[in-house]
Design a protein around this ligand. Structure first.
Ligand code: 1PX
Length: 215
C-alpha cells in the first residue's frame, strides 16, 4: 500500500503549492497548479490501490501539461492564462468539437479544474464535519454536486465503489500528516480559500472564452 513516496505526503505541501499558484496579477502558475495535483495524487496513492484508476487518470493529465511546459512552446505554458491565449490564437483547441486536439492543454486542464471543484466541496465538508461523520458520504455528496455531472454511468459507478473504501475520518486525518485533528481543521481552513480562488479565476477564464464544453 503506502510506498516511500506516498508516506511523505503532507497536506502542508498541497497548501504550499496552492499558495504559490497565483501571481500578483492573479494569473495561475501551471507549475504550482501541477505540483498541487502531484501532492494530491500522492495522497490518493497512500490510500491504496483501489484508487489506482483515479490517480492514473490524474497522473496522465498532469503529464500532458508537464510535456507542454517542458516542450518547445514551454514559454507559452507558464500560466493558465498564457496557455489559453496561446492555444486559442493558434487554433490548437477543439472549440468546434471536432476532436482534432484531444490532448490540448485547455481540455486537459478543464478535467483537473472540474476535479478541483470536487476537492473544494469535499475539503469544506471535511473541515466542518463532526467526529461521527462519514468521509465516504462527504466524498459522494461532493462528487454528485460536481464531477459526476461530467462523467458517464460506468465511471460514476466505479467512483461510487471506490468511495466506499475511503478510510474513516480519524484515519483520513492521520494520512494528512499535519498533526492532531484541530491542526488538520486549521490547515484545511487555510487551504480552502486558496483553492477556491484558483478555481474561481480559472472558472471565469473558461467562461470568458467559452471553453467549458471542450470534448
Ligand atoms: C487532502 C486530501 C484530499 C484528497 C485528495 C484526493 C485527490 C483526488 C484526485 C482526483 C483526480 C481526479 C481527476 C479526474 C479527472 C476526470 O474527470 N477524468 C475523467 C474524464 O477524462 P477524459 O480524458 O476521459 O475526458 C476520466 O474519465 C476519469 C476517470 C477516473 C475516475 C475519476 C473519478 C473521480 C473521483 C474523484 C474523487 C476521488 C476520491 C478520492 C478519495 C479521497
Amino acid at each position: 500500500m503506502a510506498g516511500s513516496e506516498s508516506q511523505k505526503f503532507t497536506l502542508q505541501e498541497v497548501l504550499d503549492s496552492f499558495k504559490l499558484c497565483l501571481s500578483p496579477h492573479k494569473d495561475v502558475y501551471l507549475e504550482h497548479y501541477v505540483s498541487g495535483w502531484r501532492g494530491l495524487v500522492k495522497f490518493l496513492n497512500s490510500l491504496g490501490s483501489i484508487f489506482g484508476f483515479i490517480s492514473k487518470d490524474a497522473v496522465s493529465k498532469i503529464q500532458i501539461l508537464v510535456n507542454f511546459m517542458k516542450g518547445e512552446s514551454g514559454s507559452e505554458y507558464v500560466t493558465v492564462q498564457s496557455m489559453v491565449k496561446y492555444e486559442l490564437n493558434n487554433q490548437l483547441v477543439d472549440v468546434d468539437k471536432k476532436g482534432i486536439y484531444p490532448e490540448s492543454g485547455c481540455r486537459t486542464l478543464l478535467r483537473l479544474h472540474r476535479a478541483l471543484r470536487w476537492l473544494e466541496l469535499f475539503l469544506d465538508r471535511l473541515r466542518t464535519s463532526g467526529e461521527n461523520d462519514k468521509t465516504s458520504v462527504m466524498c459522494r455528496e461532493a462528487y454528485n454536486e460536481s464531477l459526476a455531472n461530467h462523467h458517464p454511468f460506468m465511471i460514476r459507478k466505479a467512483a461510487g465503489m471506490a468511495f466506499l473504501a475511503i478510510p474513516g475520518r480519524a484515519a483520513f486525518f492521520d494520512v494528512m500528516n499535519v498533526g492532531p485533528p484541530e491542526r488538520v481543521v486549521a490547515v484545511l481552513g487555510e487551504a480552502l480559500p486558496l483553492i477556491s480562488e484558483v478555481y474561481q479565476i480559472t472558472e471565469e477564464l473558461y467562461t470568458k472564452h467559452n471553453l467549458h464544453d471542450l470534448p
